[in-house]
Design a protein around this ligand. Structure first.
Ligand SMILES: NC(=O)c1ccc[n+]([C@@H]2O[C@H](COP(=O)([O-])OP(=O)(O)OC[C@H]3O[C@@H](n4cnc5c(N)ncnc54)[C@H](OP(=O)(O)O)[C@@H]3O)[C@@H](O)[C@H]2O)c1
Length: 243
């Protein structure tokens, strides 16, 4: 048994620059790299009262903000956007002048054009949807300032091809569990950044991924483990080559 990785792993000891180095994406990405970010309770809940805020704390929030600042795009399912009343990211990316856009996966396009996603953002949200979404909804979202993209499929490969075409390679997927489950099933998760908060929730909360049974477990390698006030900040990377 060994101590936490890396050797000096107390989050409070790391300044912002050192923390950014811990979470750096690989250099010179030629294709999207999917980093998934979640917070969970110690008994595995991904939400408290339907939202993740009840699980978060200062340490998780510090890493949450940093992960956004390191990303080219924040990819998230419409379920999470609706449950958490998402707004645009606030802080500019490191080395950039604007925050990353929020890219929302939605088959229904059932998003409120008056919600914070559209009214409280510095960059246009990207709405990734299907030809079956009602045209009037798409028109309302476009009028609200969104960049609406209609794709034939919302599979991980189709979504990532669209992001790649835009040069958005550093992908931060903020879930939710349904989206995460699809990316795991498609073997499209390169990295998982997981905050484990020192809480027990009980109840019927979701896990951090959901989907059909049957996929073989994906092997991941623990590449860093930080700690602050009882919260573990774990970073796993895929252990096997893609494909
Ligand atoms: N602990 C954490 O860090 C964390 C992070 C994120 C979320 N959460 C929690 O997770 C819950 C929400 O998660 P969720 O699993 O219900 O929702 P989700 O994964 O955020 O979004 C699911 C929605 O995304 C769209 N979608 C996803 N894949 C699609 C596909 N292949 N084709 C068409 N549409 C697709 C659909 O939207 P439409 O219905 O619009 O078609 C679907 O209903 C909330 O309680 C939230 O607080 C927790």
């Amino acid at each position: 048994m060994i101590s936490l990785l890396p050797a000096h792993a107390d989050l409070a000891e790391l300044d912002d620059e050192a923390l950014a180095a811990v979470y750096a994406y690989p250099d010179d990405l030629a294709a999207p790299w999917v980093r998934v970010g979640f917070v969970a309770s110690a008994d595995g809940a991904a939400a408290a009262a339907g939202r993740s805020e009840g699980l978060s704390n200062a340490a998780d929030h510090r890493v949450f903000v940093l992960l956004r600042r390191l990303a080219d795009v924040v990819l998230v399912g419409a379920g999470t956007v609706r449950a958490q009343d998402y707004r645009g990211a606030r802080r500019p990316t490191i080395g950039g002048s604007t925050p990353p856009p929020i890219a929302v996966i939605t088959g229904s396009a059932e998003l409120d054009p008056g919600s914070r996603l559209f009214t409280d953002t510095k960059v246009a949200p990207i709405i990734l949807t299907l030809p079956t979404a009602p045209a009037e909804r798409l028109a309302r979202l476009t009028a609200a300032g969104a960049d609406v993209v209609v794709l034939e499929r919302l599979t991980p490969d189709a979504l990532l091809a669209e992001l790649a075409a835009r040069g958005l390679h550093r992908v931060l997927c903020e879930g939710g569990p349904a989206v995460h489950g699809q990316f795991i099933a498609a073997d499209a998760v390169d990295e998982l950044c997981l905050s484990v908060a020192p809480l027990l929730t009980g109840g019927t909360a979701p896990r951090i991924s959901a989907g059909p049974d049957g996929a073989l477990p994906r092997s991941m390698r623990l590449v860093s483990a930080l700690h602050e006030d009882g919260t573990l900040l774990l970073r796993y990377q895929r252990d096997t080559p893609i494909g």
